[in-house]
Design a protein around this ligand. Structure first.
Ligand SMILES: [Zn+2]
Length: 252
């Protein structure tokens, strides 16, 4: 039983075989998928996928890379979309000071506005943060949002513990299996397994031994296996606990 808490099946790299791939997921032990939106177009595509497949749910929101083009009317549009049946979170939203594809002032402004939206509709958030760990944390806490996952967590173990203390979840993906994953391994060691969600972020971040290929939810077992090794438990325990945690967070 696997729950992919973060995937991008609206991505064009799935255009050729999306339906074939997704219809086979339950047979591969993948029971739930959250399709995370990154821009306005992907909000609509995610809702479409969720309408089509019973095991797909979706978030709506705009990624920091894309906020440079946002206008107030888009927040109004999100406010309408949030009421759709299988929209279970606001995301992925946050700050990315590594690529800086949107000006930082814009990133902060629209991150705050989308956090407010989550608060208004009492929804959990899916957070993207790169090279902006502390500022992301401060804005989340300031906003009063109390539920969410820090997707593909890349911060310190100390910061992970601060999130966990406040009831947040830490998203762990394929990068845990990479050779240079020391920091992420430490995070997994330090926090309770009950606060970990597993994710693919597909089509990106494919775990070893498939690194370099297109990622999909059927590779979650490689991440679960690595977590099991670190935690000294078995893969079934990891898949069950992470599935329950994701279901609790997204109220599925
Ligand atoms: Zn993502």
């Amino acid at each position: 039983m696997y729950f992919d808490s973060h995937a991008h099946y609206d991505d064009e790299s799935f255009d050729e075989d999306r339906d074939e791939l997704l219809s086979g997921m339950p047979q591969k032990g993948v029971d739930f998928i959250i399709n995370a939106a990154a821009d306005m177009a992907s909000c609509y595509k995610g809702i479409e996928l969720a309408d089509k497949y019973p095991f797909i749910y979706c978030s709506i929101g705009v990624h920091p890379h894309e906020v440079k083009d946002l206008e107030e009317k888009h927040i109004e549009e999100l406010r309408t979309l949030v009421k759709r049946d299988k929209v279970v979170a606001i995301g992925e939203i946050g700050l990315d000071y590594y690529y800086d594809l949107s000006p930082r002032d814009d990133q902060r402004k629209w991150f705050k506005k989308q956090l407010e939206l989550a608060k208004e509709f009492d929804l959990p958030v899916i957070i993207h943060s790169r090279e902006a760990s502390q500022e992301t944390f401060d804005l989340v806490i300031e906003s009063g949002v109390k539920e969410g996952v820090i997707h593909c967590f890349s911060g310190s173990k100390e910061l992970a513990k601060e999130y966990v203390k406040r009831g947040f979840y830490i998203g762990i993906g394929g990068s845990l299996t990479f050779k240079n994953a020391k920091k992420t391994v430490e995070v997994v060691e330090e926090i309770p397994i009950q606060n970990i969600l597993i994710e693919t972020d597909c089509p990106y971040l494919t775990p070893i031994p498939f690194r370099g290929k297109r990622n999909d939810s059927s590779y979650l077992s490689y991440i679960a296996q690595k977590i099991a090794e670190i935690k000294g438990t078995d893969i079934l325990t990891v898949s069950n606990i992470t599935c329950q945690s994701a279901a609790r967070l997204f109220r599925i």
